[in-house]
Structures are given as structure tokens and as C-alpha cells.
Design a protein around this ligand. Structure first.
Ligand code: 5GP
Ligand code: ZN
Length: 138
């Protein structure tokens, strides 16, 4: 399904132009308009899903395979030093466009980007409480 009010549906399906790196029947890979680094790309499924929770399993699998292929291309063509995959779901996680997309972000030594997490220091008991909350009391 495509949504008339969704910019990524329009881009993925070629109704709005983009700097396309790759296209097949299910996906379009484009350069991000506001790149975090040189080569920052977005993998867009052509079928609309708001986010990961709505994405069909087979599309999720295919998106990760495509990410691997794009990562290899970035490595070879841009000679990046590293690469992040990022995928945001919900405003709390930084999602600004409600059409599933997977960021492919080439990284370069001293590229000035800060995607570092702020890490906590929970006790073993606190970790165990979270584990039980997620999986039950197994
Ligand atoms: P999010 O924050 O939702 O994970 O990422 C949305 C990304 O889409 C941002 O990195 C933003 O720069 C990019 N973006 C937003 N609108 C457009 C657009 O119209 N074209 C392209 N190529 N990128 C876009
Ligand atoms: Zn869409």
C-alpha cells in the first residue's frame, strides 16, 4: 500500500525525485537530504509501513540484506573507516518521517559526528528485574 500523504512513499515510488543509489521491485535507496556524513543513505521500502512494528517480516529481512550490500558498496567506493546502521521508531526514538527507513551511515575517522550512547551503570539486580519484565520469570 502507498499513502498519498507520505513523502517517502512518493520518493520510493519515483513520484518525487531523489538521488537514488539503488532500486529494485521492493526498495529504493536514496541519499539523505541532510546527511550526517558523506554518503548517508536511506533504505526505503516501496510499500508503506509506519515503522518496524508494522513492517512485514520478509521486508525486514530483505532490508537488512540490502543494508549489507550497501555497506559493502560504501566501504569500497567511499573508503569509509566504519559504518552505522540506524533505525528509529517513534518520536521518542527520533523518528521524524513515519515511513519505515533504515539509515546507512558511513563513518570516517574524526568525522565530527556523535552517535555515541550515554551508558547507565545498573546493578545485577536491576538488570535481572528488567530481564524478567521482558521475558517473564524464566
Ligand atoms: P528519522 O529521523 O525519521 O530517522 O530520519 C529521517 C531522515 O530523512 C533524516 O535524516 C532527514 O534528513 C531525511 N529526510 C527527510 N525528508 C527527506 C526528503 O524529502 N528527502 C531525503 N532524501 N531525505 C529526507
Ligand atoms: Zn509511506
Amino acid at each position: 500500500m502507498k499513502r498519498d500523504d507520505c513523502i517517502f512513499c512518493k520518493i520510493a515510488n519515483g513520484q518525487v525525485p531523489s538521488k537514488t543509489l539503488y532500486e529494485d521491485a521492493r526498495f529504493r535507496v536514496i541519499l539523505d537530504l541532510g546527511p550526517a556524513t558523506k554518503g548517508h543513505a536511506l533504505i526505503l521500502p516501496k510499500e508503506h509501513a509506519d515503522n518496524l512494528f508494522e513492517l512485514p517480516d520478509d521486508t525486514a529481512g530483505a532490508a537488512m540484506q540490502l543494508a549489507k550490500k550497501m555497506a559493502k558498496t560504501m566501504w569500497e567506493k567511499l573508503h569509509c573507516d566504519g559504518l552505522n546502521l540506524m533505525q528509529n521508531n517513534g518520536a521518542a526514538a527520533g523518528q521524524t518521517v513515519e515511513h519505515f527507513h533504515l539509515h546507512v551511515i558511513p563513518r570516517y575517522l574524526n568525522d565530527g559526528q556523535d552517535l555515541e550512547l550515554v551508558h547507565g551503570e545498573p546493578s545485577q539486580e536491576e538488570l535481572e528485574a528488567v530481564r524478567k519484565e521482558i521475558v517473564g520469570s524464566v
